[in-house]
Design a protein around this ligand. Structure first.
Ligand code: HZT
Ligand code: MN
Ligand code: MN
Length: 449
């Protein structure tokens, strides 16, 4: 059993040399409580961060060699089912290194040939490593959200909800000091969004936030898992009052329309047009007043690249004449938002989400706290988004001046919360899809949404 697991992990560690090169710059970028930072850095501020990077490599190797095979059921045996709360490393639940396949959807019309075409099938069989990385991340997303959906209750704080999800993702992806040796590089891909009512996106509590979830709230839960920079971005909406059911159903069907219309050579504008047609065929009655469900026209889906949450393409969720096509091999987050308000969001409230720009200029920073903070960002997150809480748990203090300086220098981008009008309700559903050469894989599909 133990030997099998080691083999599986060894297999997972064999990477496409091209992919290794491509991610070399980002490789030290070990985000968000992730593992296996190559700790060549001598930043004092990073020491002491509980369980963040910087594990004792020498001690680790010794322990690994000494480990004895474990018997099933015995003390220290490798578990065969997920725990509650989820804390079992996913690679221990899948010792073969093969993870569950997402929903595979055959291409239609002009692309029908792709499913049977020998060249396309051949193309698809290559690069199984990144496919398994996506599937592992997706299974972690499903297991953590299943626990979240069962356990999130009115009365809980947004902080405990976000941290509960994040602790699950850290445990299942692997975390230094938790599981010797068997770690692969993965973790939280971006901050957990816990967006209430008129807040559509990018709200995560900062330190001291005492907001409690109420029975009548509509909460969008948006979190990300990555394995080796392969990001799974998926979100759902939770409501405890059935009054909101039509709003949630409209948006769930909007997202499924987007997924159905997506494909190689699909035009982004036509996808938006189809989404709007589906979503805006719904209305919802809330406290005796009927509202049309509107698409939030300035929110979009997006393509995803390794270590980069948005690659450069945007997928509209309203009628658009954008002729840009989706292409073979691309990965997209298909997300739609519906609202009883204006169907338009603006920035509001305090920012929690930030990310180093992929095209960050290399500037000689004059503010010492900014250059110090940039080192921490490079080491722990690279270009993956992070939030203030993640800096707090790394032991960082009084970093706001430095952070704002990085933002004003164009090195870090701030993602403030995006809100519709006060008193309105918004919903979101999101999946990550892979445009494989011969089939579309809805990687994050579950039996829940
Ligand atoms: C930004 C910051 C994050 C990407 C969409 C999104 C959550 O609105 C092009 C289209 C995490 C993600 C993102 F911390 N954004 N998906 N899930 N937010 S976005 C965007 O900035 S860029 C949409
Ligand atoms: Mn998302
Ligand atoms: Mn997204």
């Amino acid at each position: 059993m133990a030997a099998q697991v080691s083999d599986a992990v060894a297999m997972l560690k064999i990477k496409d040399p091209e992919a290794v090169k491509a991610s070399a710059a980002a490789a030290k970028a070990n985000g968000n409580g992730n593992l296996e930072a190559e700790d060549t850095d001598d930043d004092e501020e990073d020491k002491g961060a509980p369980g963040e990077g910087g594990a004792d490599g020498a001690a680790k190797k010794k322990r690994k060699r000494k480990r004895k095979p474990k018997k099933a059921g015995g003390a220290g045996a490798i578990p065969t089912k997920q725990s509650d709360p989820p804390r079992v490393l996913l690679s221990n639940l899948f010792p073969s290194g093969e993870y569950p396949v997402g929903e595979e959807v055959e291409y239609r019309d002009e692309n029908l040939y792709r499913t049977t075409n020998e060249e396309k099938r051949h193309l698809d069989r290559m690069n199984n490593d990144f496919l398994q990385e996506y599937r592992q991340g997706a299974e972690i997303h499903r297991q953590v959200r299943q626990w979240a959906q069962k356990n999130i209750k009115p009365g809980q704080s947004l902080t405990e909800i976000a941290e509960g999800i994040e602790d699950g993702v850290r445990a299942l992806t692997g975390h230094p000091g938790l599981e010797e040796g068997d770690n692969i590089k993965g973790g939280i891909a971006f901050p957990t969004g816990v967006n209430l009512d008129h807040i559509a996106a990018h709200y995560s509590p900062n330190a001291g936030n005492k907001t409690l979830l109420a029975q009548d709230n509509v909460m969008k839960v948006d979190f990300g898992v990555h394995i080796n920079g392969r990001i799974v971005d998926s979100a759902f909406t939770l409501a405890f009052d059935p009054m909101y059911d039509n709003l949630l159903e409209a948006v769930k069907q909007g997202t499924n329309t987007g997924i159905r219309e997506a494909g190689i050579d699909a035009r982004l504008g036509e996808i938006g047009t189809a989404i709007q047609e589906t979503m805006e065929s719904y209305e919802v009655e809330i406290n005796g007043k009927t509202f049309p469900v509107k698409c939030i026209r300035n929110l979009n889906g997006h393509d995803i690249r390794q270590w980069q949450i948005h690659g450069g393409k945007s997928v509209p969720i309203v009628k658009s004449s954008d002729q840009t096509k989706m292409e073979e091999g691309e990965v997209f987050a298909i997300e739609t938002f519906g609202s009883t308000g204006n169907g338009y969001v603006r920035d509001d409230y305090e920012t929690s989400h930030y990310a180093k720009r992929a095209d960050a200029p290399k500037i000689d920073l004059k503010v010492a706290s900014a250059s110090k903070l940039l080192k921490v960002i490079n080491k722990n997150f690279g270009t993956l988004p992070f939030c203030r809480r993640y800096l707090d748990r790394l032991g960082q203090e009084k970093y706001l001046l430095g952070l704002n300086n990085l933002v004003s220098n164009g090195i870090v981008e701030a993602y403030p919360p995006l809100v519709d009008k006060k008193g309105s309700y918004t919903a979101q559903f999101e999946h990550t899809i892979l445009l494989r050469p011969n089939v579309k894989e809805v990687i994050s599909r579950g039996d829940d949404y």
